[in-house]
Design a protein around this ligand. Structure first.
Ligand code: MSP
Length: 593
């Protein structure tokens, strides 16, 4: 049984925002500090999303899972070192009772349904800029080879036996449930039917002879793994939940179904009367992608980070590591867990008609706008509520007004007629705060700004490591606000280039603001790739100058040369992010498969 605190964690809605920026002492951010640490880590990184069921078209929750993985892998690629290799896989989960039943209901052959919906996912991910290196479908021949090989390894290690399984099965969740996790729900006619306590989906009683996996043997090894790797499951509350689950009994697990009942799947090797359990089939996708069972997979395993939703934690944090340990392999390095999107406070569901179509959102809010919204508002620890007004408000205030306005203020011809990155004057803005002199213009708040932006890349990297991408964006946004405050304070529009007194300070104000914008643009690349490209191109930052390893912020302040000083800005290509019209908001209605 789940404890109360566990249920709260897995089911709580309504996010609250934790804050925020810690007070960092001024310090020069050098590329060395970030990439040197990365050098010490494994050069390879493999990110995965869950593979998506093809029983229905994708919704924003699916896109969110994929975006989190996309942002993590993009950030990792930017971080280097340049020799590091990053792989990022996603795909579709096409076997099992759920798909078999969905195809029958739609009057389609299962392959037809799979082809159709898998294509939807591929198109959506392409449109949304999901930079996956691999897309796997579990109906591919390479996957069948991997699953059957994996099965053979478990069998040869004495971990599978035949036995009778009797109990509840939930086809929607594709899982077996103990009595304690089943409750009764009233139907429209006052009749009651059994449902899963956690998901609310209907369950049915099954009794059949299956292959059973000796899961019970893995309770202690799993506890040792989790206790020895406190970062294995992030955020921490989910790590805690899994340890709590492991305090309870861990029964053996049925890992096949009678083929007469479930024909849509991979047959058990040597026994066609049984089909392999869809979760065992699906989890092995993470190995298929990296070439398993060929030895090449070893260069990617276990340097793996699985990104998953909270509803599939048990499968990834208990079953999967147990299968791997059973097959003589290590559990994955990291499991990053996120919560769910609700719509106007309700769970998204076809029957409620409140499923939000991600393609409509991408069209309406632009790809970068919607990516920014989901990643800025999505809090892994808690469920988040979706409604359109929230998107419009956030994007107008943070991308259009704050960031776009800042860029405009520093690059507009009337303020920056030469359209260059102006020179930084060290006498106007000495590196020692508190100096006084006739030409010193910088104030205490200006030093605070430099300090905030100098430490921002490290802070952002830490938030990515802790799977708190929304905090990384919150930190960037806070620095954007601070930079706007800096520009407002010194009102460069009131200073004159013709005045020998004003000119060095005017150039310095613009130089500092442009340097801040360069940092923001670089850090936003994993989340808003096109918008960041537009921003950096406008600043004249070349493609080879956009890595985190080369991000030397405001070098002139620290006595180093600045490669951008005196450089021409890039061409003006219009507003960074045009404001959205708030009167045009509506709640996006359901879509159909
Ligand atoms: N096929 C399994 C995963 C197998 S992985 C070896 C599955 N598929 S799913 O399509 O149901 O879910 C895929 C992902 O979408 C999961 O991470 C799930 O948590 C996520 N989401 C589904 N609904 C969601 C929301 N409403 N909000 C956020 N994410 C949600 O489970």
């Amino acid at each position: 049984m789940l404890g109360k605190s566990v249920l709260r964690l897995l089911g709580r809605t309504g996010a609250s925002r934790l804050s925020l920026l810690e007070d960092f002492a001024p310090r020069y951010y050098s590329s060395g500090s970030l990439s040197a640490r990365d050098d010490a880590r494994d050069a390879r990184a493999y990110f995965t999303t869950p593979i998506f069921y093809v029983n229905a078209a994708p919704h924003i929750g699916h896109l969110y899972s994929a975006l989190l993985a996309d942002a993590l892998s993009r950030h990792r690629r930017l971080r280097g070192p340049s020799t590091a290799a990053t792989r990022f896989s996603t795909g579709t989960d096409e076997h099992g009772l759920k798909i078999q039943q969905a195809a029958a209901t739609a009057g389609l052959a299962p392959t037809e349904l799979c082809d159709r919906v898998s294509k939807h996912f591929q198109q959506l991910f392409q449109e949304a800029g999901i930079s996956c290196t691999d897309f796997i479908r579990t109906t591919e021949a390479r996957h069948r080879v991997a699953v059957q090989h994996f099965w053979g390894v478990l069998k040869s290690r004495g971990l599978l036996y035949k036995g009778v399984y009797e109990g509840w099965y939930c086809a929607s969740d594709e899982c077996f449930l103990p009595e304690a996790k089943v409750t009764r729900q009233l139907g429209p006619l006052g009749d009651s039917f059994p449902v899963s306590l956690e998901s609310g989906h209907p369950v049915s009683w099954t009794k059949e002879e299956n292959y059973i996996f000796r899961l019970s043997q893995f309770r202690e090894p799993l506890q040792r793994w989790l206790r020895g790797n406190p970062q294995a499951i992030t955020p921490e509350p989910f790590h805690h939940v899994v340890l709590q689950w492991l305090d309870e009994e861990l029964p053996d697990l049925s890992v096949s179904r009678r083929s007469s009942h479930l024909h849509w799947g991979i047959p058990v090797p040597g026994d066609d009367s049984q089909t392999i359990y869809v979760w065992l089939d699906a989890l092995v996708n993470y190995l298929t992608v990296i070439g398993y069972p060929n030895a090449e997979f070893k260069s990617w395993w276990p340097a793996t980070s699985h990104i998953i939703g909270k509803d599939i934690l048990k499968f990834h944090a208990i079953y999967w590591p147990a299968f791997l340990l059973g097959a003589g392999m290590s559990p994955p390095q990291r499991i990053y867990v996120h919560s769910h999107w609700t719509v106007c406070g309700q769970k998204m569901s076809k029957s409620l008609g409140n499923v939000v179509d991600p393609r409509t959102c991408l069209n309406r809010y632009t790809v970068d706008g919607f990516r920014y919204f989901l990643l800025r508002q999505g809090v892994p620890n808690w469920d988040c509520d979706y409604y359109d007004e929230k998107v419009v408000k956030l994007l107008n205030s943070e991308l259009a007004d704050a960031l776009g306005g800042l860029l405009n203020r520093c690059t507009a011809k009337r303020i920056n007629p030469s359209e260059t990155y102006p020179a930084f004057c060290t006498t106007c803005f000495p590196s020692e705060p508190g100096l006084v002199g006739p030409s010193v213009r910088a104030q205490a708040e200006d030093y605070a700004l430099v300090s905030s932006v100098a430490t921002l890349p490290k802070q952002v990297a830490d938030h990515y490591d802790n799977f708190q991408i929304y905090k990384a964006l919150e930190a960037v946004s806070s620095c954007v606000r601070q930079t706007n405050g800096f520009v407002q304070r010194h009102a460069p529009w009131k200073l004159k280039w013709e005045s020998p007194v004003d000119a060095p300070w005017l150039g310095t104000v613009l130089h500092v603001a442009l340097e801040c914008l360069r940092v923001f643009g670089t850090l936003l690349q994993p989340v808003t790739p096109s918008l960041a490209d537009k921003l950096l191109s406008r600043l004249g930052v070349s493609a080879s100058e956009r890595n985190l390893g080369e991000l030397y912020f405001l070098p002139r302040f620290y006595g180093h040369p600045c490669p951008f000083e005196g450089r021409r800005l890039g061409p003006e290509t219009g507003l960074l992010f045009p404001r959205l019209d708030p009167s045009r908001t509506w709640l996006v209605k359901a879509h159909r498969t």
